[in-house]
Write a protein that binds this ligand. Structure first.
Ligand code: SAH
Ligand code: SF4
Length: 351
């Protein structure tokens, strides 16, 4: 049924519904179990600063949003969250922030990475997601102990990318692709991804995104639904959006299609899914995702890292977030990869 996964077939998959959609999820789940196993890996997510020098039209913490209250976690707060991840055997953490490109930031993230490694006897895996940085900075962070990096391309269609970002010299499409290549050269397992359901985006664009991931030979992917934020320029096109429930289903079909096209990579059940449907991330696991990111950002700052509306579990602390997720995942019959980095099988094979 899916032997020939060319662009046309992927488009057809992305438009499937009813019985064919069910068959699709059954197939992607079967491939997932066969290629990467029944185990789900946790990444404790620490959103350590919402200060950003960029102005992406879709994002609630863009530089020009004067309504966003800015914060940066202290080293102690970051290390406390990572200690929680270590003591609860989550295996690894993701440090994510707005994009800041100065020497002080580069030095700080490098030192934090070293401190996390030291605190955990080298046992916690560290993924960074701090936007586009110089080759030297990426290298410095890798040498400090980070080994995975997430940088979404957002959309692989250049004209759409340009509609989603200001033309101010800071938001270049070619620059973003170059950054992905630089990360790979520095030695990271590289993850990228796109937003799904953007205004003007078509199923053909999304099929091309999947082929783009394949051509880049990525190790990990995080794709989520686009979710509007009232204080952003993209709101002017909100009348063009499909229903959130359809964006959720389209995301699940994208995950399933990607699992079929790239069977051995890590695919995250993105956090934005949970803002549309409390069970959205669990549904992503059933569609072929194998990584999930419990949010460990301290309650005092969690609501300020607001990329989109409806961020879930704003009043749940680290223990509540992790506990409820663990219960639900185990109840679904998945194992949890406690204490494991859960590296991408694709990357391991290459190595
Ligand atoms: N500043 C870094 C990392 C933080 S933003 C970077 O941009 O790479 C992380 C991701 O959040 C972005 O890549 C984008 O895909 C997603 N995001 C931002 N605004 C969003 C929105 N309104 N809906 C869904 N996802 C959004
Ligand atoms: Fe900044 Fe990332 Fe949001 Fe763009 S998506 S405005 S780089 S935090």
């Amino acid at each position: 049924m899916y032997e020939k996964l060319d662009r046309e077939t992927i488009v057809r998959i992305l438009r499937s519904h009813g019985e064919s959609e069910k068959l699709l999820f059954a197939k992607s789940q079967e491939i997932c179990a066969r290629e990467v196993g029944n185990r789900v890996y946790f990444r404790g997510l620490v959103e350590f600063s919402n200060i950003c020098s960029k102005d992406c039209f879709y994002c609630g913490i863009r530089k020009s949003n004067k309504n966003a209250a800015r914060y940066t976690l202290s080293d102690v707060e970051i290390l406390d969250a990572c200690r929680f991840a270590y003591e609860n055997r989550l295996g690894s953490v993701v440090l994510q922030s707005g994009e800041i490109s100065n020497e002080a930031f580069a030095v700080r993230v490098g030192k934090l990475t070293e401190a996390i490694k030291k605190m955990s006897n080298g046992e916690l895996g560290i993924t960074l997601s701090c936007g586009e940085q110089s080759a030297d900075t990426y290298k410095r962070w890798f040498d400090s102990g980070a080994h995975r990096y997430l940088l979404r391309i957002e959309t692989s269609k250049e004209t759409l990318y340009k509609k989603m970002h200001p033309d101010d010299g800071l938001h270049g499409f070619a620059q973003r692709i170059e950054a992905l290549a630089t990360l790979k050269k520095a030695g990271y397992q590289v993850g990228t991804g796109v937003m799904i359901g953007l205004p003007f985006q078509t199923c053909e664009n999304l099929a091309d995104d999947i082929l783009f991931f394949k051509s880049l030979d990525i190790d990990m992917c995080g794709m989520g639904p686009y979710v509007e934020h009232g204080d952003t320029p993209l709101m002017q096109y909100s009348h063009l959006l499909s229903e959130k429930s359809e964006r959720l289903l389209l995301t699940l079909r994208m995950i399933a299609a990607l699992r079929i096209v790239m069977p051995d990579i890590n695919i995250a059940a993105s956090t934005a899914l949970q803002s549309i449907d409390p069970q959205g991330r669990e549904k992503a696991l059933e569609a072929g995702a194998n990584v999930i990111m419990p949010n460990l950002t301290p309650l005092s700052h969690k609501r300020k890292y607001c990329l989109y509306e409806g961020k879930p579990q704003l009043d749940d602390d680290m223990a509540a977030v992790t506990g409820s997720l663990t219960e639900r995942i185990e109840a679904m019959g998945f194992e949890i990869g406690y204490g494991e980095w859960g590296d991408s099988k694709h990357f391991e094979k290459e190595r």
